[in-house]
Design a protein around this ligand. Structure first.
Ligand SMILES: [Zn+2]
Length: 335
């Protein structure tokens, strides 16, 4: 093992010279940077928790302590797709790296500064890559950056029309500076990709882009229609909808007026893990997923607790939870 590490170090030194100036050094780790409970993975140049590599993180004491207070101190978090987002730059993702930037037009000095700061673009993508395992982030083909100032929308994801198996993630560069909120946000956004991707919900590009086609497609769908398409029978979101939304969906304000949704939330407060979760079933499953990742398994009888326990019925999601928790813990102690 030691020999492998040493070869790795030499290779990394060479690589560091090559990428100096275009990638933040903090993310290029060497074996010597690893904590005692971590193992260096040459291919990723990253220290992973050994328990993640061995699949035994569920009872790791340091990890449990870390998550004990993760949710405290989080600000108001919003994720909806803003109607007028000025995307400053869009990257393609190739071999897991953001490449071929296509620049938009900055309208303010702040936007111009963000556009110029390419090292932070790289770092923001790396934050996502450090959190979500490689095989689970392959569906993301584009990565963009925008800002609407502090808070408001912190990030959003959407399918890419014309490339229905792929998604785009767009992050707010200003909000990304709050690491805790950013990580919560990225788990939430990944929750959308996990529950709305083409294998779960076949993407209906016409309905996604056209209001009339949307109404027709929603009407014709015998299961839950998410906005992206008609959910497959066995999809997570269809099961989630049938279990938790079937009887209250008609009461959800269809115009998505925030005040009306807040009233709807107050009426069914014990059904939701956050007020934002009441926005619609898609946001509810993303928020419940995030709480499933961050919290211990709840034992209460509330519907909100049942929604978090919903994910434990899927072994692949329990395994994904363990991996993301290990990565979040591991990444957070390097801040
Ligand atoms: Zn969302």
């Amino acid at each position: 093992m030691k020999t492998i590490f040493r070869i790795g170090l030499i290779m990394q030194l060479g690589l560091l010279v090559m990428i100096a100036g275009c990638a933040p050094e903090a993310f290029v780790l060497t074996a010597e940077d690893c904590y005692e409970d971590e193992t260096f993975v040459e291919e990723d140049q990253y220290c992973y928790l050994t328990c993640e590599l061995e699949g035994t993180c569920a009872e790791e004491p340091g990890l449990l302590t870390f998550f004990g207070d993760f949710l405290s101190g989080l600000g108001d978090i919003v994720f909806g797709i803003p109607e007028d987002a000025n995307v400053l730059v869009t990257y393609s993702l190739q071999n897991d790296r953001p490449v071929n930037p296509v620049e938009g037009e900055p309208f303010t000095d702040e936007e111009a500064d963000i556009l110029e700061d390419t090292a932070s673009h790289e770092a923001m993508w790396q934050e996502f890559a450090n959190l979500v395992p490689a095989e689970n982030r392959r569906q993301i083909a584009e990565y963009g950056i925008f800002t609407d100032g502090v808070d408001n929308t912190m990030a959003y994801v959407e399918p890419i029309p014309g490339n229905e198996t792929q998604w785009k993630i767009v992050m707010d560069a200003v909000d990304a500076k709050n690491k805790k909120e950013q990580r919560y946000t990225l788990i939430h956004e990944f929750g959308h990709v996990l529950t709305l991707n083409n294998n779960q919900v076949p993407f209906d590009v016409e309905a996604y882009q056209d209001d009339l086609a949307f109404e027709e497609a929603a009407e014709a769908c015998p299961r839950f229609f998410t906005g992206e398409g008609c959910a497959n029978q066995s999809s997570y979101i269809n099961a989630f909808f049938n279990a938790f939304w079937d009887d209250i969906y008609d009461e959800l304000p269809q115009d998505q007026d925030p005040d009306a949704i807040y009233d709807f939330y107050l009426q069914y407060e014990d059904q939701f893990v956050t007020d934002y979760a009441a926005t619609n079933p898609g946001e509810d499953i993303a928020e419940s997923w995030t709480h499933f990742v961050i919290n211990e398994r709840p034992s209460g009888n509330s519907i909100a607790d049942q929604k978090v326990r919903f994910f434990y019925d899927y072994p692949e999601l329990v395994s994904l939870r363990d991996q993301i928790r290990a990565r979040l813990y591991s990444g957070s102690r390097r801040d």
